[in-house]
Write a protein that binds this ligand. Sequence first.
Ligand code: AMP
Ligand code: MG
Length: 303
Amino acid sequence: MGTLVQFTIAGADEDAALQAIHAAADEMQRIEDVFTIYGEQANTIKVFNASVAGEVVALPEEVESLLLTSLEVAEQSDGAFTPAIGALSLLWGFSLPEPPVSPPSAADIAVARSGVDIKQLDQTDVGWRRLSRQTRLDFGAIAKGYAIDRGISVLRELGISHAILDAGGDLRAIGDHAGQPWRIGLRHPRKAGVTLGWFEVKGDISIVTSGDYERFFIHQDRRYQHILDPQTGWPAARSRSATVITAGNTTLADAWSTALFVRGSDALSLIESRGMQALQVDAEGNIHATKLSLVSFHPTEEH
Ligand code: AMP
Ligand code: MG
């Protein structure tokens, strides 16, 4: 997933904690292998993406399940998040071994963009087919959250009740730290090492942030970053970062953080109406938020 995963565990002895961490890390690696569209190793998503348009491909239950969740968020977010963005993701190439230094041509973007409509993903009795050659799956905006949820399940199965599983700023925290809330920093989107504030959390909370600082290049004084607006095919321009907080569903928080990043602050009420909470930093650096009652948020004085 192109990121470092950090485990923090409290209230367990070291051997038990290490054993649980290894098992959770193995499970997260397995999920990366199942869902990635990069690298040489075969998986069914790569098979689907290379299939002839109209050909039915059977997807494993786990893939189908995350695809169905993705399609729901795609509908609910009016396509701001879409799992059918693979052709555009591969064209821009932010996650390729050699990241880009200049944008692709407008003509190539228009062709790849024609694939993003989820209506071109069709479920049959025996599998799924794509109706356009430009419709390719990419779970890059949701699989990390799913991997975190699976990692937390494994930790719990192995007796861990107090932990933070943090994959590059996307995280789920369970339990507490010796009776005290976990403290989690929210990164400033422009100043490395500086926080916008702190969350104090207890219980079971997912906090996922999509940011324009994660993968980007500057070309002719303009920033091009990896979260794409499916309506234009170009990098989404309404946000610097978008954070979604849920009661223990990192998968949904991940998908919605990407949708919020694309749509900007007008999606906050939509997110709130779905029982989630969120905070967005807009393109000018202003902060917009829903009520943040799932956590206790302490803004940093100076930023
Ligand atoms: P995230 O950091 O969770 O916002 O995910 C960003 C990744 O999701 C990108 O690197 C792409 O692989 C993919 N992606 C980019 N734009 C979108 C979008 N509008 N909808 C769904 N996935 C996207
Ligand atoms: Mg996401």
